[in-house]
Design a protein around this ligand. Structure first.
Ligand code: UP5
Ligand code: MG
Length: 229
């Protein structure tokens, strides 16, 4: 299964090289890590499906939210800024998020991950501008945005279920509603931006995990599956 995933990832790379045309030779193209952003509302299933891409395709899963949750501990000024944003469901200043992402993407690339899926980023216009202005991410080849489309009532219900386990501090009903509001106001326009750029791979995410996984593979087919059975 995993092998199959690597084969698909190789097809992904071949498509990418073909897409670049003759101007960029494969050797130069190989130096660019391939990145796929993953967006969707809070509780949309980003983490669940990205873990699956990691497990079955051998892709690297880099979750911006998880990096931030890990970085909120500690007494630094930056940790306090992160903690304050997470507790309010607000978006952390892009410089902070980018620094964490750069390091994680670097590590994944060094490990030889064929594709790095960046989960939960970019969340607003500042995030997009910061990413695009950053010298370190310039060499990365962003292939598109995997987008999970899930109605609000389903998002709230999933967060309520997880909230009962106390797994995440931001799953209480009030913060969940705030996260949905921030998503609608700040992140939806970014989803629309990538749609206009022709780079959105949209998935109906309201079914069960298996159903959404099937639709995920379907949505990724233009990238990985041209040669798939
Ligand atoms: N579940 C998953 N799929 C299901 C399915 N098909 N059917 C039924 N249940 C399903 O899933 C959520 C829950 O639903 C889980 O219990 C799961 O088992 C179940 P999950 O896969 O975790 O969904 P996900 O989309 O990852 O939800 P998450 O809550 O992680 O989304 P958020 O976007 O809210 O969280 P994230 O970690 O990305 O960000 C958290 C905060 O970090 C943000 O609010 C913000 O403050 C900050 N942040 C930034 O500031 N900048 C960033 O760049 C990123 C984050
Ligand atoms: Mg998540």
């Amino acid at each position: 299964r995993r092998r199959h995933g690597y084969d698909e990832a190789a097809a992904f790379a071949r498509d990418r090289d073909r897409g670049r045309g003759a101007a960029t030779g494969p050797s130069e193209a190989e130096e660019h890590a391939r990145v796929l952003f993953c967006l969707g509302g809070p509780g949309a299933g980003k983490g669940t499906q990205c873990a699956r891409l990691e497990h079955e395709f051998g892709w690297a899963h880099v979750s911006a939210g998880e990096l931030l949750r890990a970085a909120r501990a500690g007494g630094s000024e930056e940790s306090r800024v992160i903690a304050d944003c997470l507790d309010r469901g607000a978006i952390v200043p892009v410089a902070v998020t980018l620094r964490l992402l750069r390091r994680a993407i670097d590590e994944a690339t060094r490990r030889g991950a064929p594709v790095v899926v960046v989960d939960g980023f970019p969340r607003n216009a500042d995030n997009v501008e910061g990413w695009e202005a950053d010298a370190a991410t310039k060499g990365l080849d962003v292939r598109g945005v995997l987008f999970y489309d899930v109605p609000h009532d389903v998002l709230l219900q999933r967060i309520a279920v997880r909230g009962a386990s106390g797994e995440r501090d931001d799953d209480d009903a009030e913060t969940a509603r705030r996260r949905i509001r921030v998503y609608e106001e700040a992140t939806r326009p970014i989803v629309d931006l990538y749609a206009r750029r022709g780079a959105l791979l949209s998935v109906r995410g309201e079914g069960d995990v298996e159903e959404v996984w099937r639709l995920t593979k379907e949505a990724l087919a233009p990238l990985v599956g041209a040669q798939e059975e």
